[in-house]
Design a protein around this ligand. Structure first.
Ligand code: ZN
Length: 279
């Protein structure tokens, strides 16, 4: 059954990539090959899984919900012990009794930091909701996408947020293999969905000479935004990246951010550059 679950997760990811492409390129997005991949993958599912997927995906593009701390990550429903067991055993597809999405036990990197308490301190605004100076990596050493993702994943682990940077790297590279997250203007948005228990988290790496992102792309990535995305905020993530694209298509912001030589100055430059585009 794990194979079916993996197929379903991959299928959902393709659907979300289609949403990303639409939100980044609008009506100009070229979706033909994506649609073809989606059709091919759908054909690989057995009849019951295909029926469930087709029915659920009409309602919402998130059809798969990672189980976290005994709950459905999407709707928050607390699951009975027997349901938790069934999800872990993975012998059949288990639907959330509340939102009907298919539950699975995620095997990627785990969030280990405490969730910031809402009551403590002042409320954060803008990009500070997702990042901090400790997650800024100016002057990446990386020459390739994999190396860049590894440096940024290591920063997340050093900051005490996740348990295993190497799992993040693998998941992010698998995602890149489906479709590159480089979007032009020297921007790349590698990410890993399904890291539950924390919030959406953003790490920024900059590179003056640029990172060669794929073999086919000529434009190197100078701004690499690496994100871990709890599944439930997938739609919000799209808004966040369109805000970042809007910011970084302007030369004044690109220059200011690229000039920062240490994490503190990079953080200040990012906060300043995004103050009107990230709410
Ligand atoms: Zn649910």
């Amino acid at each position: 059954m794990r194979e079916t679950i993996d197929l379903l997760i991959q299928l959902q990811e393709l659907g979300l990539i289609r949403d990303e492409q639409r939100s980044l390129h609008g009506p100009l997005a070229d979706l033909a090959s994506l649609n073809e991949s989606i059709d091919k993958l759908t054909e690989k599912l057995d009849a019951p899984a295909k029926a469930i997927y087709t029915r659920l995906s009409k309602k919402d593009h998130i059809v798969m919900s990672p189980m976290h701390a005994g709950r459905c990550s999407m709707c928050g429903m607390s699951l009975a012990i027997s349901q938790v067991q069934s999800v872990k055993q993975c012998r059949s597809l288990v639907a959330c009794p509340s939102c009907a999405r298919i539950l699975y036990d995620p095997d990627g990197a785990k969030w280990v930091a405490e969730r910031p308490k809402l009551s403590s301190g002042e409320r954060k605004t803008g990009v500070a909701r997702f990042s901090s100076a400790s997650l800024m990596v100016p002057n990446l050493k990386a020459k390739t996408a994999r190396e860049a993702i590894a440096e940024l994943s290591a920063a997340m682990q050093s900051a005490g947020l996740v348990d295993d940077a190497s799992k993040l790297v693998n998941d992010a590279i698998n995602r890149e293999a489906t479709l590159s997250t480089a979007v032009g203007h020297g921007l790349a948005f590698p990410h890993v969905r399904g890291v539950e228990g924390g919030g959406l988290t953003l790490v920024l790496g900059t590179s003056k000479q640029g990172v060669k992102w794929t073999d086919t792309e000529d434009e190197p990535a100078q701004f690499v935004f690496f994100a871990t995305i709890p599944t439930a905020v997938s739609a919000f993530y799209l808004k966040l990246i369109s805000g970042l694209v809007e910011t970084f298509t302007k030369d004044v912001h690109r220059k200011a951010v690229l000039a920062a030589e240490d994490p503190e100055s990079l953080w200040k430059a990012l906060v300043k550059a995004t103050r009107y585009t990230i709410k």
